[in-house]
Design a protein around this ligand. Structure first.
Ligand SMILES: [Zn+2]
Length: 177
């Protein structure tokens, strides 16, 4: 820290303190070791060192995700590696901006519950990637063309029988008149 004077009371010099800091979130707690702060001996104000703020920020984002039941950054990265995709490729598949996956992995941004579910499905069923990939969907449609034609023929045949039945019914109505 450049200024050794307290930004609150103007006294100084600030004292560097390294300690274990405990954070609480929704009833759960997380310990951050080597948490660095600058303490004012005059007014007792404690200022978190920028380095600790940056490092603990990522750790705490993952801690929040764990508490909220969301995948952590390392877990998302592990899923992506398992699928053999780059960050940009996965972002293209699951939607969102080009850097969205990079931000989920680094802990800068928390993914939505919907995004989390999609990533879990991709993890459990990697073949789901093929359904999302449009080129593969086109191949599937081609394969389904043949059975669909067969099905149509069956429907045509059924309609024929149905038409006969209707004409019989009309005949009955005609008799009644
Ligand atoms: Zn002070």
């Amino acid at each position: 820290m450049k200024s050794q004077k307290c930004p609150i009371c103007g006294a100084g010099p600030l004292q560097k303190i390294i300690k274990m800091e405990t954070f609480n979130y929704k009833g759960s707690s997380k310990d951050i070791p080597n948490y660095m702060t600058w303490s004012c001996p005059s007014c007792g104000e404690e200022i978190v060192a920028k380095e600790s703020l940056k490092e603990s920020g990522k750790v705490l984002k993952d801690f929040q995700r764990e508490v909220d039941g969301l995948l952590t950054g390392p877990q998302i990265k592990s899923i992506r590696m398992k699928l053999g995709l780059t960050q940009a490729q996965l972002a293209h598949i699951v939607g969102g901006g080009l850097k969205s996956v990079a931000r989920y992995e680094s802990g800068q941004v928390c993914q939505s519950k919907g995004m989390d579910n999609l990533l879990r499905i991709l993890d459990a069923y990697p073949q789901t990637l093929n359904i999302i990939n449009k080129n593969y969907v086109r191949t599937i449609s081609k394969l389904r063309v043949v059975p669909l034609e067969e099905y149509k023929m069956k429907i045509v045949g059924y309609k024929g029988k149905n038409a006969d039945f209707i004409s019989d019914d009309e005949g009955v109505v005609a008799d009644g008149v």
